[in-house]
Write a protein that binds this ligand. Structure first.
Ligand code: ATP
Length: 465
């Protein structure tokens, strides 16, 4: 497959796919690059479509999203266990899952003129009937395997062929019995994992919305078949609650049940949680009742018995699976967009930038890359020494940024743009009163706090969520 690279930060060449507020997406992409969230992959070589790298600030944001998900799944819920399975698995896993067989893969349409290929479902979603790149005529939809191929071992032939995993879920199923036995688990229980997945997406785009290398956060809840509808409802509500509690505006979230024709043939029920992106409503997480498809297929293909016996009747059955499947990168994009706030006319009064639009990233404190920034008012040695001591004392507890460059106004704006909830400024009065000014990102309120009380002050505000 030819990789298509477009000019502007590798936004999709298929600009006709974009609709609505493109301007906002451009602003987010530019902010991400400028402030160290996300960079185009292999940028100095011209980039690689569908591949992005996280910079120092973005790494923290994505880590916080994954940590919040882990906290929710493995600490707040009982009997959900974490695994970290390999990216490379036996080829047979993907045969069992159906990913390599025709009939399961995503249908594509090819342009008869420029030969670019597009996902038929994406074109239909956006009402596109001709090639988005050149306007040429499209073929009828055909099947195409999205798994990324590789070879394991010294010889490159059919026997060494395998795939980079297309989803993290399969690593859970192959460990079902291992986890159940080791943890002495009985139904209902869950297994989850966070990790990389790879798909040879035909039309990567919308920045980090559709990538070829991305991270998933998936959880499989194994239940008695009769209980599946109940747990499906439970998990759809739990997952929506998680987004709302992490501050996403409820008007920008909705459920979208899959239509009958859209359901995977084995699925009993499926709903997406969608976010209102500037380019339209799109999936950020799927909640699926997968029936007994997965464990029965892996039993069949591996020859291992993955069934359970009913404790009363002794009758064998395969557990049903309720899956919650989210993408860390898509969520990072949704959280960034939702938090992005422009303040017309500016709100900083200490710099010349007074009349400019100011940007504040109103991320939930738990997701903010840095929790606190320590800023000496000037480069005077005594102020720098004091500020650095404060930064050191807070670093053991939170991610702290220290910045002594540029004017204080510019430094506040940088922290606002990366979503730092608190700035601690050390000024000349600090030398005498041993106190510093704490500025709140959202209210711009300023409070004078004794330096030896700073730790308690932040403990109350940052650790009580
Ligand atoms: P889509 O229809 O958008 O291709 P999907 O239904 O194939 O998504 P799933 O296989 O259900 O997606 O994957 C679960 C989650 O993984 C998605 O909700 C999304 O958050 C994430 N995800 C899937 N594909 C990608 C991708 N190419 N880039 C980034 N995230 C992805």
């Amino acid at each position: 497959m030819k990789f298509l690279i477009s000019k502007q930060f590798l936004m999709p060449k298929t600009t006709k796919h974009k609709e609505g507020n493109d301007d906002l997406m451009d602003k987010i992409v530019s902010l991400c690059k400028r402030r160290g969230f996300i960079f185009p992959g292999s940028e100095i070589y011209g980039g690689l479509a569908g591949i992005y790298d996280y910079g120092p600030v973005g790494v923290e944001l994505k880590r916080n999203i994954k940590d919040e998900w882990r906290w929710e799944m493995f600490r707040l819920h009982e009997h959900i266990y974490e695994v970290d399975s390999s990216i490379l698995m036996q080829k047979k896993v993907w045969e069992a899952s159906g990913h390599t067989s025709a009939g399961f893969t995503d249908p594509l349409q090819e342009c008869k003129q420029c030969h670019h290929r597009f996902r038929a479902d994406h074109l239909a979603e956006e009402g596109v009937k001709q090639c988005p790149d050149c306007g040429g005529q499209l073929t009828e939809p055909k099947k195409f395997n999205l798994l990324v191929e590789t070879h394991l071992g010294p010889v490159q032939d059919e026997s060494s062929l395998t795939y980079l995993r297309g989803e993290t879920t399969q690593g859970i199923y192959v460990n079902y019995v291992n986890v159940k036995t080791a943890m002495r688990a009985s139904l209902p229980f869950g297994i989850g994992q966070v990790g990389k997945a790879f798909r040879n997406e035909i039309t990567p785009g919308h920045f980090i919305y559709r990538l070829r290398e991305f991270e998933q956060m998936e959880q499989q809840y194994f239940v008695q078949p009769d209980d599946a509808p109940k747990y499906f409802q439970y998990w759809r509500e739990e997952r929506m609650r998680w987004y709302l509690e992490l501050g996403i505006n409820k008007d920008n979230l909705r459920f979208r049940p899959h239509e009958k024709g859209e359901l995977a043939h084995y699925a009993k029920a499926a709903e997406d949680i969608e976010y209102k992106f500037p380019f339209g409503w799109h999936e950020i997480e799927g909640i699926h009742n997968r029936g007994d498809w997965d464990l029965s297929r892996h039993s069949q293909f591996s020859g291992q018995d993955l069934s359970e016996a009913d404790p009363k009747t002794g009758k064998k059955f395969y557990p049903y699976i309720i899956e919650t499947s989210a993408g860390a990168d898509r969520l990072a994009l949704a959280f960034l967009i939702d938090a992005y706030t422009e303040i017309a006319g500016g709100r900083t009064t200490t710099t010349k930038s007074i009349k400019e639009v100011e940007v504040v990233l109103k991320l939930d404190k738990r997701l903010a890359p840095f929790k606190i920034a320590v800023l000496p008012l000037s480069k005077k040695e005594q102020l720098i020494t004091m500020a650095q001591e404060i930064a050191v004392s807070l670093r053991g507890h939170w991610m702290v940024d220290y910045d002594e460059t540029q004017s204080i106004g510019k430094r506040y704006r940088r922290q606002d743009e990366i979503g730092t909830p608190y700035c601690v400024t050390v000024d000349f009065a600090s030398l005498a009163d041993k106190a510093a000014t704490v500025r709140d990102r959202d209210t711009m309120g300023q409070e004078r706090v004794a330096i030896d009380k700073l730790q308690n002050y932040f403990q109350e505000r940052l650790n009580n969520n």
